[in-house]
Ligand binder design. Structure first.
Ligand code: SF4
Ligand code: SF4
Length: 384
């Protein structure tokens, strides 16, 4: 039966293929999940077959493994190592080039304009992370114009998460598994009893307009119920939890807790956690010139509070020990971020747990401060 409203619809798998081709026809570069290098990452998508149908990822502390599913679900996996941060706030970006010209330097603007991009398969936690980066990079005192141009024309097709990994805890941070805002279209995939269908809901005028063009059916009440149940089951099945009550004060009160030493004895300061984190935004700026002195470039690259050079100030690093660097990261994410930006710096995606080579788990580490609070507050004292 044809649907009367374009706000919600039931889409078949072939309609998903049409969604991709319609976005391409409108000039979007389509980015979606794909199997690459033994995991599932956002990559350019040409057709439906590029999506990871029948694949999932088992994720645990320090481990991520690609596995087969037996139901052919297209989006039956949780967040992979790459987030939308890689696209809106790229790992490296050339800020300027300069060339010597008659005894002076001429700035050459050679940065190509970023393509209009449509993202498919975006999880609720990732949309929450984008909102956090918007707050930091667009809505504070200074605007990051590189971020702004990449973010401005993005079309987002969210997929409500029905298959959280063992590392996920977005239900605790109230950032998933259902996407509630910040998308153009949200899909909930239902695969059961021989059917494979998507409940599609429009979240913007552009999403509604695009949905109108796709072959679809009126979503039956039963489909809506199945989608609701799948999301409730997903939230209930999350194995990790984070108690956010009084978390900031807990960290402020435990600046000298012995657990920081325990953490420092395990942390390699490799920075993986900050690089995979969809909200971490810190960068460093480097300049390099040609050996003949005729040209120079200025690059911006992701940096991390786990590197010693990150806090280098005229003659030394402020955070010279792994303990001080780990404490900075955790306290910023779960305490001072709220003071600065009004939310936690964490959306519960679990990436830092899976991609930490020694399996450090923020949910467990934070719980450790609750079980044996030291209540020794040196108020900004030692940085050891
Ligand atoms: S701190 Fe860890 S769980 Fe939280 S958003 Fe960053 S990567 Fe995800
Ligand atoms: S917590 Fe893990 S991922 Fe982060 S810097 Fe330490 S060892 Fe690396």
């Amino acid at each position: 039966m044809p649907t009367r409203s374009a706000s919600a619809a039931a889409l078949s798998v072939s309609a998903l293929a049409e969604l991709i081709s319609t976005l391409q026809a409108r000039g979007y570069q389509v980015i979606g999940p794909a199997v690459r290098d033994g995991t599932i990452v956002y990559s350019p998508i040409e057709r439906l077959e590029d999506l990871p149908a029948g694949f999932s990822m088992e994720q645990e502390a320090g481990a991520c493994r690609l596995v087969k599913r037996n139901d052919g679900a297209v989006f039956g996996y949780a967040a992979g190592p790459r987030s939308l941060k890689s696209f809106f706030h790229p790992a490296e970006i050339k800020l300027i080039s300069a060339e010597r010209d008659n005894g002076t330097f001429r700035i050459v603007s050679d940065a190509p304009s970023p393509p209009r991009t449509a993202f498919i398969g975006v999880r609720a936690c990732e949309i929450a992370a984008v909102r956090i980066q918007d707050r930091v990079l667009l809505e504070d005192r200074y605007k990051d114009t590189f971020y702004e141009t990449r973010r401005a024309h993005a079309f987002i097709v969210a997929v409500n998460c029905t298959a959280p990994a063992d590392t996920c805890f977005c239900a605790s941070t109230n950032t998933g598994p259902r996407a509630r805002e910040g998308f153009d279209i949200a899909l909930t995939e239902i695969v059961d009893d021989g059917r494979h269908v998507f409940l599609a809901e429009a979240g913007s005028a552009a999403g509604k307009e695009l949905l109108r063009e796709l072959p679809k059916a009126e979503p039956a009440a039963e489909l809506r119920k199945a989608a609701e149940k799948a999301l409730q089951d997903a939230a209930g099945s999350m194995k990790r939890r984070l108690d956010t009550d009084g978390l900031a004060q807990l960290l402020y009160d435990n600046f000298d807790h012995p657990h920081w030493d325990d953490l420092a004895s395990r942390c390699l300061c490799c920075a993986n956690c900050t690089l995979v984190c969809p909200t971490c935004f810190c960068v460093a700026v480097d300049e390099a010139s040609d050996v003949d002195g005729r040209s120079a470039e200025r690059w911006r690259r992701w940096d991390s509070c786990f590197t010693q050079s990150f806090s280098y100030i005229h003659g030394g690093s402020v955070r010279h020990s792994p303990k001080s660097r780990y404490r900075q990261w955790l306290t910023h994410k779960f305490a001072s971020w709220s003071d600065q930006f009004g939310t936690l710096g964490c959306v519960g995606c679990g990436r830092c747990i899976a991609w930490c080579p020694v399996g450090i788990d923020v949910t467990r580490e934070l719980a450790a401060f609750r079980t044996s609070p030291a209540a020794v507050n040196s108020q900004g004292g030692s940085h050891d």
